[in-house]
Each structure stands twice: as C-alpha cells, then as structure tokens.
Design a protein around this ligand. Structure first.
Ligand code: SF4
Length: 161
C-alpha cells in the first residue's frame, strides 16, 4: 500500500549521516565532510541553521488561511543565482524592540560576519489579532528604525535598506 509520508527509521538516519560524510545531498556533490563541519557551496556544515520560524502571510490565500502558513526558513543555499532576492539577511523591526534588533545585529556581526548584507525593514503593520497585544499594536516609529539602522552601520554591517 502507498504511504503518503516518509518513514524515518534508524536506518534512514544512518544513511543520511553517511551522505553528509562526503556530501552528495544535492547535485553539487561537493564531497566535503559536513560531519566535521566542512562547508560546501551551500555554506552549511554539520548543523542546519534555522533563520526564522513564523506564521507566514506572503503565500497564496489557501495556504495562509487566517493564521498564516507555518513556515521554517533555513539559512544557506546551493543555487548561487546572480539574481538572488535573498542575498541579504532581512530583519523586520518590531515596535518596542520586541524582535531584539540590536541583539540580532550583534549575532550577525559576531557569529556570521560583519561582511554581511542586511536589509533592515520597517514595514511592520499590526494585523489580525495584534489588537490583543498592545505592545505590537502600532507601526514602528522613525526613531525605532533609525536607532537600529545607525547601530548596524556602526557595527560595520553592509546595509541595503
Ligand atoms: S551544496 Fe551543500 S548539500 Fe549540496 S553537495 Fe554541497 S555541501 Fe552537500
């Protein structure tokens, strides 16, 4: 009988680790040992990097529904397209510093590279149930945006906003 899901067994886990040992997970076939944290074209070593976990409202309405589609964005890519629309890191500033913007800037500089493009975004608008959460129920101010922008510049990041 056809099963519409992938069964993860100890055997498949072992097989996946074997693939990472001389990585041929995708058609780039870099051959690096990702278990030793060596990095191929995708730039990801032994552990996947989760960029964000969020309800996402940017897809088709059947996927978004009322509460957004549950979305996990991973860092790293094996494509290298010259027209990449995600070349920079995007960070959306939230009212009252809920997104911890300066901490994010510090993380990028300290743990990734100050040679990172970052797009600091100010287009947050309260929707759906935001009225139940007073701390998010407004647009960000010019000052909130300016503070993060200046801080990121001071830390040496490359800004595309
Ligand atoms: S690009 Fe990444 S996933 Fe693909 S083969 Fe190279 S190291 Fe493996």
């Amino acid at each position: 009988m056809y099963k519409g899901y992938c069964e993860i067994t100890p055997k498949t886990i072992k097989r996946a680790y074997n693939i990472l040992e001389s990585c041929e997970l995708c058609p780039r076939v870099c051959g690096v040992n990702r278990l030793n944290d060596e990095k191929g074209i995708c730039g990801i070593g032994s552990r996947a990097i989760v960029s964000s976990v969020t309800p996402h409202f940017g897809e088709e309405s059947v996927l978004v529904g009322n509460g957004g589609s549950g979305t996990i964005f991973f860092a790293g890519c094996n494509l290298g397209c010259v027209f990449c629309q995600n070349y920079d890191i995007r960070h959306l500033i939230m009212p009252n510093n809920i997104a911890g913007s300066k901490d994010i800037v510090d993380f990028i500089v300290n743990d990734i590279s100050e040679n990172t493009f970052i797009n600091i975004m100010d287009q947050y608008r309260p929707t759906f149930k935001a009225h139940n959460y007073p701390e998010t129920n407004r647009h960000i101010t010019h000052e909130e945006f300016h503070n993060v922008y200046v801080y990121a510049k001071k830390r040496g990041l490359r800004l595309s906003a």
